[in-house]
Ligand binder design. Structure first.
Ligand SMILES: Cc1cc2nc3c(=O)[nH]c(=O)nc-3n(C[C@H](O)[C@H](O)[C@H](O)COP(=O)(O)OP(=O)(O)OC[C@H]3O[C@@H](n4cnc5c(N)ncnc54)[C@H](O)[C@@H]3O)c2cc1C
Length: 361
């Protein structure tokens, strides 16, 4: 954008969102030039809308002037998707951070797109509810960003990804038109599933301003099991066998030797540093349910090559095991190597053994 046009656009943006919510200082723009990947590019201007109408006016202006727009939530993307290549306007959604309504009886809530994922979790817990998608970036990622990326998380093995938990959306289209898609009912079968189209659209179809999210009651009890393996192949086989044994884990994570070492050297969690560990959650609607199932799971793990298998329901011990996976990425990053390249690959369960051998190489 040339300086003259930029000056004019900045003035119009100030009129829409207020002077204090338009950023042009290069030092501050720099903070918006990157995400959690290695990519970087400076925006021309950052705007911080506080309501849907303001987002709409910003997009009308950008559309009229043919200026690229880059919606931004927590900026935790690992793929450069939030980096403003080509310059233009970054729309920082973090001021739109209200939890508007929580309906325990209907099992849904309505939130603005800039609500931090972990803040919502904490609020829902007061009602005995939870929102199943749980990216490890929860303390910084926004609900809008997790919807735009169809984020998954540690609980994905049982609960799927974000797309399965978004009932409805308010979206501002590139023209500035505001539309509502989806529903507030737990079941809907009529019409096109436009809501699902916006989930995972990475900001290419419009800016999400509000979301209706499906909720569940927090399971009454949870037990965390660790299986220790001296062979990656055994651990991979055990994964298949857990499902074949009729067990549906609430969480199932694989942590290899390198990741265990990195985490131990940072958080001193006392992980065994063997070829692989599996971390598995069992959940139940009574205290007894997961405790009854845990010895059975231990047996399945041992029959499939685990050199050790143990379970705990102690919250502190459970949290340590959770951190063993949740902190894997920052732990690798801390090793001080030039960089960490993240690849999220998805393979059928039966190919996991082969893939894990290859990735170890
Ligand atoms: C330590 C760490 C752990 C992570 N763990 C996971 C994980 O377990 N699972 C997982 O899936 N991802 C994970 N990620 C990746 C990232 O956190 C997620 O993709 C997250 O959903 C991004 O949310 P955000 O608010 O930071 O979005 P941003 O990074 O700000 O944006 C991501 C994309 O969404 C678009 N966007 C943002 N807000 C909106 C909006 N309101 N409307 C339309 N488009 C929008 C942006 O333009 C961009 O394309 C992790 C990242 C880090 C750094």
């Amino acid at each position: 954008m040339n300086t003259e046009k930029l000056d004019q656009v900045v003035e119009e943006l100030k009129a829409i969102v207020g002077e204090e919510n338009v950023i042009t200082d290069p030092a501050l723009l720099y903070c918006y030039s990157a995400d959690a990947s290695i990519n970087q590019h400076m925006p021309d201007v950052v705007v911080r809308p506080g309501k849907t109408e303001e987002v709409s006016e910003v997009l009308k202006l950008a559309n009229r002037e043919r200026i690229p727009v880059h919606p931004r939530g927590g900026g935790t993307s690992l793929s450069g998707s939030v980096v403003p290549y080509g310059g233009g306007i970054v729309v920082d959604m973090t001021r739109m951070n209200k939890i508007i309504d929580i309906r325990p009886a209907d099992l849904w809530c309505i939130v603005e797109a800039g609500v931090i994922h972990a803040d919502l979790e904490r609020e829902l817990a007061k009602y005995g509810l939870f929102y199943p998608p749980d990216p490890a970036s929860s303390e910084s990622a926004t609900i809008g960003g997790t919807i735009a990326t169809n984020a998954g998380g540690l609980r994905g093995v049982k609960y799927g990804t974000t797309r399965d938990w978004v009932l409805g959306l308010e979206v501002v289209l590139p023209t500035g038109d505001v539309i509502n898609v989806g529903t507030k009912t737990l079941k809907t079968s009529s019409g096109y599933q436009l809501c699902r189209l916006f989930v995972g659209s990475e900001g290419t179809l419009g800016i999400i301003t509000k979301a209706v999210l499906k909720l569940l009651p927090i399971p009454k009890a949870r037990v965390r099991v660790m299986g220790v393996f001296d062979s990656v192949v055994d651990a991979a086989r055990a994964v298949s066998q857990i499902f074949m044994a009729g067990i549906t884990p609430g969480l199932l994570e694989f942590v290899d030797k390198n990741a265990q070492k990195a985490i131990n050297s940072w958080l001193n969690l006392g992980l065994p540093e063997t070829e692989a560990i599996l971390i598995i959650d069992l959940e139940g609607s009574t205290e007894e349910e997961p405790l009854k199932l845990a010895p059975y799971l231990e047996r399945v793990l041992k029959e499939n090559g685990a050199i050790e298998a143990r379970y705990t329901s102690d919250p502190e011990e459970m949290n340590k095991l959770y951190l063993a996976r949740a902190k894997a990425y920052p732990a690798m990053f801390r090793l001080g190597k030039p960089t960490v390249l993240v690849e999220d690959i998805t393979v059928p369960v039966r190919s996991f053994q082969k893939r894990s051998r290859k990735s170890t190489k």
